[in-house]
Design a protein around this ligand. Sequence first.
Ligand code: FAD
Length: 435
Amino acid sequence: MRTRLRVAIVGGGWAGLAAAVELGAAGASVSVFEAARQLGGRARSVDAHGHTLDNGQHILIGAYRETLRLMHTVGADPERLLRRLPLELSYPAAGFRMRLPCLPAPLHLAFGLFGAKGSSTGEKFAAVRFMRRLQALDYRLASDCTVAELLDRHSQHGSLRRYLWEPLCLAALNTAPENASAQIFANVLRDSLGGGRSDTDLLLPAADLGRVFPLAAAGFITAHGGEIRLSTRVEAIEDGLRIGAERFDRIILATAPQHAMALLARQAETAAMSDMISRYDYEPIGTMYLGYPPDVSLPSPMLGLDAGTGGCLGQWAFDRGTLDGNHGVISFVLSAQGSWDERNDGELAAVLHRELEAALGRNLPSPSWHQLIRERRATFSCIPDLPRPAAQTALNGIWLAGDYVCAGYPATLEGAVRSGIAAATGALRSTPEAE
Ligand SMILES: Cc1cc2nc3c(=O)[nH]c(=O)nc-3n(C[C@H](O)[C@H](O)[C@H](O)COP(=O)(O)OP(=O)(O)OC[C@H]3O[C@@H](n4cnc5c(N)ncnc54)[C@H](O)[C@@H]3O)c2cc1C
């Protein structure tokens, strides 16, 4: 009888879980080692003030095909767990609103751009020309530069730059346009605005993140004979595919880059890879929750805070009541490096409360509680020409997964999931002789 392939997966974030699901479905025996007490990594549930919330407000889009496929595989129904909305960028205080209508691509984009309120006709034509130019280039730039330079080069100024391109860059790359990679931004545009109509849809979690994927994935993994070891940090990968006293046929390192770097540096064969990753910079994300009376809600599930006057600290506010039933809870996103990170939690809560009032144009009751979650290393800085490692390492049987491994993608859930699938596929196909 053929013995099952034994695979260890280090890290129970979305990348490691995706790898484990693929391997479990293919008949491998999987052990997931997770240092924390829970699964999910940088996209996990947290309890705060009697509510189950998330470490960070996440946005998915219709183009997250592999994430949606794996949700189906593990029995987490995307129709129930994600709220699908046509892309709408609404900044009421600045008088800007853009909504993509339910028309086939590319009409949805053209009509959406031309129908945008609060931008000039000249800007709209320039935006259409920009997208058509990128399309003609097949979204491949001759050389990488910053998103700000790309936008300048294509005459993207005014309100569409401020309320469409720059927020898209921050939301997808979590890196300021002045520092972000234009090529990765172009890839994001290819897969979203440049894709089919449903690719541009926003998919906002309608449940806490644990229920969106990690919990169902864990159930699938154990039902397929795998095991999950929580609170189990792997300190070293020993020569010969050992973790402690146990030997595996393959090991997938599915940690964040800084943790992979530490594990890879111990082996001469992977020292160069570790050195590459050690040069990465990171960007923070803050998620503030304000607890209002249950009847406080927003006119749309997601609202832009920028009032057009400059100086807003928060980018977006989300109405958790309409999304996941946490009535009166509003979450705020504070992306990338910025002055917000120098303020203390109480000051930030007061500022965001005022920014929300300005965006709504009315006074709100004071929140009865606030909770700020600062993720210092939320994502790698997605700068031009950033080298990315391959899934296969120079060590026989050791594979890498994680959002930073998925070349061409910024640090996103879809990038993490795709990297996990790629590592699993590679680990299954490879034979010790071939490695
Ligand atoms: C606040 C915030 C908001 C975000 N918003 C969005 C968004 O709107 N849309 C989007 O698509 N993406 C978003 N992202 C990015 C997305 O969450 C990440 O890209 C993704 O979760 C990364 O998954 P991963 O599995 O690659 O890594 P991780 O989630 O970091 O998982 C790695 C896991 O490995 C474990 N680990 C580390 N070292 C060891 C060890 N030695 N032994 C055992 N276990 C170990 C860690 O505990 C962790 O659980 C956001 C991220 C944050 C932090």
